[in-house]
Design a binder for this molecule. Structure first.
Ligand SMILES: [Zn+2]
Ligand SMILES: [Zn+2]
Length: 216
């Protein structure tokens, strides 16, 4: 039996599309290739592609390349990509806190108390000590080390940097935004001192955050 009809793409958004099959009797069947995420206009496949690109560390540009090589349609554009990231951030943030809290309790159980042995580690955005951003973390000990707490350290703020362009042309707006924005800078001094300063901060707040004491 040969199906006598026509197929067309009614709509495409990134990796999602809506297919319409039209029969010779003009009856139509519509198929969505990905479901809509609850309470949003976002499609599951597009949200997942953003998460995937971030987990793989390739970003939007990498995702574009990957799709091209796979010979599938292009992903959502970078505006929608970063929009989706903003949308996901609170969820990831709360998941991160919950996961670290669980790891702390796990470590407490192992050490039979609220004093736990940890190790510290630091990563730079760029190789070497000229990096403007870094992340430090404390990890539980043992073969299945888990991150217990972490802190981003930045020597530069993207908003402050962007504002420089209007510093002299619009000083009023400049100081207005400058005073209101949440500055990303939380480290002054050399990049080499970032790790020590960060680890110190994490140790200092362990009591308040988790009611534990770290031992190295
Ligand atoms: Zn038909
Ligand atoms: Zn700033």
């Amino acid at each position: 039996l040969i199906w006598n009809g026509d197929m067309s793409v009614a709509k495409r958004e990134g990796l999602y599309c809506s297919l319409v099959f039209t029969c010779c009797c003009s009856h139509e069947i519509k198929i969505n290739t990905s479901k809509q995420c609850l309470n949003t206009s976002k499609r599951d496949i597009n949200v997942r592609s953003v998460i995937g690109a971030n987990f793989a560390g390739i970003g939007h540009q990498g995702l574009v390349k990957l799709c091209a090589i796979l010979n599938v349609p292009l992903p959502i554009d970078d505006d929608h990509f970063f929009d989706t990231l903003d949308y996901l951030l609170p969820t990831f943030e709360s998941y991160k806190l919950r996961s670290m809290k669980n790891a702390v309790e796990e470590a407490c159980k192992k050490s039979n108390g609220r004093k736990i042995t940890v190790s510290g580690d630091g990563t730079w955005q760029k190789r070497g000590f000229s990096s403007l951003h870094g992340v430090v973390e404390v990890l539980s000990n043992g073969p299945t080390a888990k991150v217990l707490d972490l802190e981003r350290l930045s020597k530069k703020c993207s908003i402050c940097t962007g504002l420089l362009s209007i510093k002299y042309s619009d000083p009023k707006k400049y100081s207005e935004i400058k005073n209101k924005h949440q500055c990303e800078v939380n480290h002054v001094g050399s990049s080499a001192s970032m790790e020590v300063a960060g680890i110190h901060r994490l140790f200092a707040r362990s009591k308040m955050l988790y009611n534990v004491k770290y031992a190295q």
